[in-house]
Design a protein around this ligand. Structure first.
Ligand code: 13P
Length: 252
């Protein structure tokens, strides 16, 4: 993937509630973006819709993503989904460690294990990081640094280069409060400096960074142009093909 092109991923979360709606949404995204060449696009529907959504976007530039994965491939693990199953359905990206999953108990160790499994099978992990609140002293930077360090502990430079990091400040998710483009730029520089300290500049430069948190058609252009990141992870606005496409177009 060329880093000059943004990656825009739609995280549908627990939506929509019927297969028909999921299928129509996927068809809409595929239709509106069938000629796209200057951005990478992916949609992450709930597991039960992956197969149908995969069919709707097949032979189009839109890729398939999953919202989570288990760290084991097969066996007695009721309710889990493995990377081999995802791969078989044509999934290319896997969101890992979203704050909504971390809120249910997923920890840095779980995240690292999942990332290792996804990389092993040559899919691309999108690892979510981000603080729950901002403070004047800047402790939120330490929090983000800790999340990156804990991920980096288990990853060699060549592996880290294949990871996509999604900075999603929890206070901006689904709240309509967006980080300013300045906040995003500051975080981009900070994350790159942390990666440079842990690895080296070449590795840091290779890691693709996304911003997520109330990205909408009206703020996407500024966030993209001045935020310095390489794409977006979009929640609510990815549920309307038109809004999602407007966000994609804002990156071109
Ligand atoms: P919203 O765009 O709805 O704030 O969600 C962001 C998000 O959590 C994407 O993973």
């Amino acid at each position: 993937m060329k880093k000059t092109h943004a990656l825009v991923v739609g995280n549908w979360k627990l939506n929509p509630i019927t297969l028909k709606e999921a299928s129509d949404l996927a068809a809409g995204v595929a239709r509106k973006n069938k000629k796209i060449t200057d951005a990478y696009v992916a949609v992450a529907p709930p597991f039960p819709y992956l197969s149908e959504v995969g069919k709707k976007i097949s032979k189009t530039p839109t890729s398939l993503a999953a919202q989570d994965v288990y760290h084991k491939n097969m066996g007695a693990h009721t309710g889990e989904v493995s990377v081999l199953q995802l791969k078989d359905l044509g999934v290319e990206f896997v969101i890992i460690g979203h704050s909504e999953r971390r809120a249910m108990g997923e920890n840095d160790e779980d995240v690292a294990q999942k990332v290792a499994m996804v990389l092993k099978h040559k899919l691309t992990p999108i690892v979510c990081i981000g603080e729950s609140k901002r403070d004047d002293k800047g402790d939120f930077f330490n929090f983000v640094q800790k999340q990156i360090r804990s991920l980096a502990k288990t990853l060699k430079p060549a592996q880290m280069k294949r990871v996509v990091l999604a900075y999603e400040p929890i206070w901006a998710i689904g709240t309509g409060k967006t980080a300013t483009a300045e906040d995003v730029k500051e975080m981009q520089l900070f994350i790159e400096s942390v990666l440079t300290k842990i690895y080296d500049r070449a590795t840091a430069r290779n890691v693709r960074l996304l911003y997520g948190g109330s990205v909408k058609p009206h703020n996407a252009t500024e966030l993209h142009q001045d935020g310095g990141m390489n794409g977006f992870l979009v929640g609510g606005a990815s549920l309307k093909a038109e809004d999602f496409t407007a966000i994609i177009n804002a990156t071109i």
